[in-house]
Design a protein around this ligand. Structure first.
Ligand code: ATP
Length: 347
């Protein structure tokens, strides 16, 4: 049960002029799961290694329950880290792999056997204790790695892209398993991923890191409704960035005058609206309704993507295929941009 504070944590690798991580600050409450999200090379693994004690920061601090752990050796921090490539001991059985941490701690053999049995039940591998890791599928090996990490009841669990070697079906299954076990055991967890959907589904809070800098640290839904800038919006699948100016309640642009939600900034900016929030030929022809023409149409199975032209301005929308079945390129449509779906970004 540990509250993790990361304060102004920076790392510049020797020989590099740019920091790999630049003054990252995060508060992760006891028992919560935070996702560190960002593209390859943004500094996620660097952050994890500094929390685990595998890498010294250039500056900043890592505190567990308000006490700096920078001088603590990795094995004294109570942190375990699970990597994407499992790193199981190949010549040990599954049971010995899972029980390894307890053996190192000189826990009596009967207790190790009991706890290994419980752990294998929890990760749904009750009958595979005698196998070697090489005789398991990738998903099973990842569950063994998770069991081996959890059995020592760590203060902090670090998961570095643990699902990226698994196929889509197994990823869903593992995601649920990780979330379930993490909540049941109440372990403060940091989960690294480059996949925004994974971050959103798993985490209490998401920290988006781009180029070594924290962009936004919030509940997942805020990234969709109130992104801090265009790069953040784009990372979460945002499209449509229309230049113009805001007076805080109305946005003027090539689209005309559109009513904004409360809290929008004033001044020059870009209006953004997520493609899935645009209503096409709805009944509401009042506030923020515009006339548009369909210029492109792409059927993607569960959704249809439409490119619309409002005058010269392009707007991308995503619709339920049934609702736009009869629309063709060249058709005129009414679109509505509900004020609650609009947001103004600084330019
Ligand atoms: P990925 O998702 O690809 O694992 P990441 O977000 O975890 O990426 P890091 O591994 O933390 O990124 O790397 C951040 C930056 O630091 C990258 O530009 C990388 O090239 C650089 N870097 C990482 N390790 C070292 C090192 N040992 N020496 C020098 N530069 C490094």
């Amino acid at each position: 049960m540990t509250h993790v504070s990361i304060k102004e944590l920076s790392k510049t690798y020797p020989g590099s002029s740019e920091p790999a991580l630049d003054r990252l600050s995060l508060e992760i409450p006891t028992g919560e799961l935070t996702a560190l999200l960002g593209p390859s090379g943004c500094g996620k693994t660097t952050t994890m290694k500094m929390i685990a004690g595998l890498l010294d920061p250039s500056s900043g601090d890592v505190l567990f329950d308000d006490r700096s752990v920078l001088d603590d050796k990795p094995e004294h921090r109570g942190v375990v880290m699970v990597f994407q490539n499992y790193l199981l001991f190949p010549y040990m059985s599954v049971a010995d792999n899972v029980g390894f941490g307890l053996k190192m701690r000189k826990v009596p053999k009967p207790e190790i056997d009991r706890r290994v049995g419980e752990m294998l039940e929890l990760v749904k591998l009750p009958d595979l204790g005698n196998r070697r890791p090489s005789a398991l599928s990738g998903g099973q090996q990842q569950r063994v790695a998770l069991a081996r990490a959890l059995i020592v009841q760590p203060n902090v669990l670090l998961l570095d892209e643990p699902l990226s070697n698994l196929d889509a079906h197994l990823r869903f299954e593992m995601r649920d398993l990780i979330r379930g076990l993490q909540q049941k055991m109440g372990i403060t967890t940091i989960f690294v991923t480059h996949d925004q959907e994974e971050a959103v589904v798993l985490a209490d809070k998401v920290a988006l890191i781009l180029d070594g800098q924290l962009k936004q640290y919030e509940d997942a839904d805020v990234f969709y409704k109130r992104p801090v800038d265009e790069a953040t919006a784009r990372f979460f699948g945002g499209q449509n960035f229309i230049p113009g100016s805001s007076n805080g309640s109305v946005f003027e642009s090539a689209l005309g005058r559109l009513v904004l939600p409360e809290g929008a900034i004033s001044g020059a900016g870009k209006l953004t609206v997520r493609p899935e929030n645009i209503r096409i030929n709805g009944l509401d022809k009042g506030e923020n309704s515009l006339k548009a023409v369909v210029s492109e149409r792409l059927f993607l199975g569960t959704q249809t993507r439409l490119r619309l032209l409002v005058g010269e301005e392009k707007i991308d929308a995503i619709a339920n295929p049934n609702e736009v079945e009869n629309l063709s390129v060249g058709d005129a449509v009414n679109i509505t941009l509900p004020p609650s779906s609009l947001w103004v970004l600084p330019t």
